[in-house]
Design a protein around this ligand. Sequence first.
Ligand code: SF4
Ligand code: SF4
Length: 287
Amino acid sequence: MIVAVASGKGGTGKTLVATSLAISLPDKKTVQFLDCDVEEPNAHIFLKPSLSYKEAVSIPVPQLDEAKCTYCGKCAEVCAYNAIAVFPKHVLIFPELCHGCGACSYLCPEDALSEVNREIGIVEIGQSEGIEFIRGKLTIGEAMATPVIREVKKHINQERLAIIDVPPGTSCPVIEAVKGSDFCLLVTEPTPFGLNDLALAVDTVKELNIPCGVVINRDGAGDSNVEEHCLEQGIPILLRIPLDIEIARLYSRGITLVEGMPHWREAFLRLYNDIKRIAGDERDCDY
Ligand code: SF4
Ligand code: SF4
């Protein structure tokens, strides 16, 4: 089963929830944790994995053979990302805008464009107390998060429970991280910002046809609008984590809820059982 843990905005405690869920499960060898928040991966702070393997993530970008080019402009025409500009006697390629779709080299009538690999990030793999830990890291300054997320997700083992830490927001990297999941846990907070971003996240997940449930973090801090919205939309609230100075201290020290306050383990196990029930998944082991 694949469980994505997402939030419409950053700073809601998404990673705290995702890592606490992973740690609460008794048979850790059956769990994979995938940090797909590749622009700012921080699950390692909580899970403290030992990383033993690293691979580069590259995308194919065009390389010009000036001798063959007739400056016809076809490549610039087909590039949806404005990564090529053609002048009367010059072609400019902007590799950082290139999405590696291959259209320009495929359609060049003179065969003047070949493809070269350009590294944009890495995937690292390790272990954290039996949990297989996989994370992607986008190189600083790069804009293309989705190919890195795609590479991280290639390591999903369908026989295991894969918990995905999704990037915040509702843009393309979020869709890439969430799609194919059996369930999406949406972490939010009871504030107007939390409600606004939750509503956007719910729309995205519904569009992908993935069942979802909500975790309200810092419960008691704001108003009841998130709760009312969930009720209206028929979205179950599966866990409430109160606004608590002790929890905030644990968070700031990189300690999961379950490690710092072991009585939370039971709540996270209940959460997992609820997820399994809603996702209708009976393949996984019975925790
Ligand atoms: S499509 Fe090929 S020949 Fe035409 S401008 Fe681009 S690289 Fe040159
Ligand atoms: S590979 Fe695709 S995105 Fe990159 S320059 Fe060519 S057409 Fe544009």
